[in-house]
Design a protein around this ligand. Structure first.
Ligand code: PGA
Length: 259
């Protein structure tokens, strides 16, 4: 991490877990455990139906709320979809876009992700853009190419002035929910490449200011080491975020590394 130039972000991706009736207890515990957190922005991303409850539960502290997806369309006849403007109206500040589960299970393409990124940036939302290679791509030695394509496509048409609001999350697909983590060196190398892509597109100053996260089986045990990589500025955490105490330990690790 390099707090001199950019924010540290520790984000919980609850995926399709937790219940609305569990939000209050979770929030109470997390707030108590992270009250001393100084150096990192904490974000909790629940399913749509829990957004108002999560936002309300964290209203009196600095923990932010994020959605896990949104529509690329502004408004209209899109049954079942949720727009950027609807999220902003709820005072939501973050949205995860292009998660590999959305790409693999719901057919999201680089083009859809790009449209969503542009739609999010047209409002006040901060997109957390997920990129990452499959196991096959890693084994074939095309990780850098795959990630470069995803990052460049996601950022196509994004103006320099909006880049500081963008967060990129490197999540190797083979490490998500599998208990397998990329080594800190592997993860650090890809995050360093992502920063180099941003440098080529937007210049050195902007690339230094963009927050890049690692995600994929990050937990209380491995967080410190992953976060010690200079280009990893935080984490996007799935399974380990479902327990407030484990999630708080990851926040602690981020604070220690920054102190
Ligand atoms: P995981 O999920 O921490 O359970 O691997 C991370 C993610 O998919 O964002």
């Amino acid at each position: 991490m390099n707090r001199k130039y950019r924010n540290t972000v520790i984000a919980a991706n609850w995926k399709m877990n937790m219940l609305p009736s569990q939000v209050k207890a979770y929030a109470g515990e997390l707030k108590a455990l992270t009250a001393q957190s100084k150096w990192c922005d904490i974000v909790v991303c629940p399913s749509f139906v829990m957004l108002p409850a999560v936002h309300k539960a964290f209203r009196d502290c600095r923990i932010g709320t994020g959605a896990q997806n949104m529509s690329e369309n502004e408004k209209g006849a899109f049954t079942g979809e949720v727009s950027a403007e609807q999220l902003v109206d709820l005072d939501i500040h973050y949205v995860i876009l292009g998660h590999s589960e959305r790409r693999q299970l719901y057919g999201e393409t680089d083009l859809t992700v790009n449209k969503k990124v542009l739609a999010a940036l047209n409002t006040n939302l901060r997109p957390i853009i997920c990129v990452g290679e499959s196991l096959l791509e890693r084994e074939m030695g095309v990780t850098a190419e795959r990630v470069t394509l995803q990052v460049k496509s996601a950022l196509s048409g994004v103006p320099l002035t909006k880049m500081r609001r963008v967060i990129i999350a490197y999540e190797p697909i083979w490490a998500i929910g599998t208990g397998k983590t990329a080594t800190s060196a592997e993860a650090g190398e890809v995050c360093n490449n992502i920063r180099a892509i941003i440098r080529n597109l937007y210049g050195a100053r902007t690339s230094r200011a963009v927050t890049i996260l690692y995600g994929g089986s990050m937990n209380a045990k491995n967080a410190r080491e992953l976060l010690s990589q200079p280009d990893i500025d935080g984490g996007l955490i799935g399974s380990a975020s479902l327990s407030p105490s484990e999630f708080a330990q990851i926040v602690d690790a981020a604070n220690q590394d920054n102190a």
